[in-house]
Design a protein. Structure first.
Length: 323
């Protein structure tokens, strides 16, 4: 009998939507990348009463109460320990990964086979982007196909391995938070119509620059595609971001310096405030961080180096020591 289940889910970058126009019968679609900078780690076991502790405990308790409890046959509750949590509202997928980790732990603890779509449906995730659920399963870089009339969870239509040598520079403004919840719904409702031409250009860049760049480890092709996609998406979202492609003007300024110094694939993950830039190896990354470190300190920005992660969540079933 399983005593407890531990789930470790990686953070992700949301690199852009594909088609917010919807004329072809599907909307959104997205590009996501698993990264090793942060992770959410949850351990769950059966208990007489529901209890949740650790960072993001209140958020986890809300997810359990609203989404997951009704899906279990357990009449009592669970003891949940959130051992680590991806920073909330930073554009790194914290809510999706926490919800999926809780759903996966509950399924395993109750001895259900479960699959990714069941976890996502239980957790109420994937309303627009399916990248988070796909990355929970496989890691790497994934592309989801958006939502059609009968879509339950946006399907993953492509996955690519992220080159081991490449590095990602994350830039975060801790004084800002990304949009979420009801405010996000209102923001999407306030956006202007997305043009079919822009959607077509994004998909062209994805198919002819981003994915081939990954396949051939050509960071210039990959980065040019990501940068172009981010310009299109960022200009669209500027209407609800104070007229800017970025949530934080300070992040925008520092990423501009990184681009001028040779970084590529510049953009913002989801609603920010985390921005990113890609570089070919650790040595170049360290040099660029040193180059902008003084300005980052002046702007009170956090900089972190990370890698792409070519695996999804890790799920461990723990049995009693006497078993």
């Amino acid at each position: 009998m399983i005593d407890s289940v531990t789930v470790r889910a990686p953070a992700r970058l949301h690199l852009g939507f594909l088609d917010m126009n919807g004329e072809l019968g599907r909307r959104f679609g997205s590009i996501g990348l698993a990264i090793d900078a942060y992770e959410t780690c949850v351990t769950m076991r059966r208990a007489a009463h529901m209890s949740v502790r650790g960072p993001e405990a209140a958020r986890a308790e809300r997810i359990l109460a609203k989404k997951l409890n009704a899906a279990t046959d357990n009449p009592s509750g669970y003891e949940v320990c959130v051992e680590q949590a991806i920073p909330a509202h930073g554009g790194l997928g914290s809510g999706t990964q926490l919800a999926l980790a809780l759903a996966a732990a509950m399924h395993r603890l109750e001895g259900r086979a479960g699959d990714l779509s069941q976890y996502a449906l239980l957790a109420g995730r994937g309303a627009r982007s399916g990248a988070g659920t796909g990355l929970f399963a496989t890691g790497g870089l994934v592309v989801d196909g958006g939502r059609g009339a009968a879509t339950r969870v946006p399907p993953i239509v492509a996955r690519a391995v992220f080159p081991e040598a490449w590095r990602i520079i994350l830039v975060t403004d801790r004084s800002e938070v990304g949009i979420s919840g009801p405010a996000e719904i209102e923001a999407f409702a306030a956006l202007p119509q997305f043009s079919a031409g822009h959607a077509g250009e994004i998909c062209r860049r994805l198919l002819m620059q981003v994915l081939p760049g990954l396949a051939e480890a050509d960071i210039r092709s990959f980065g040019a595609g990501i940068s172009a996609i981010q310009v299109i998406v960022g200009d669209h979202f500027a209407a609800v971001q104070g007229g800017s492609r970025f949530r934080s003007r300070a992040v925008e300024a520092l990423l501009g310096d990184l681009a001028a110094a040779g970084a590529t694939g510049i953009g913002q993950s989801s609603w920010g405030p985390t921005g990113f830039a890609f570089v070919p190896d650790a040595g170049v990354a360290e040099g660029l961080v040193a180059h902008v470190s003084r300005k980052a300190a002046e702007l009170q920005l956090d900089i972190r180096l990370c890698k792409g992660l070519n695996r999804g969540a890790m799920i461990d079933e723990n049995t009693p020591a006497s078993a």
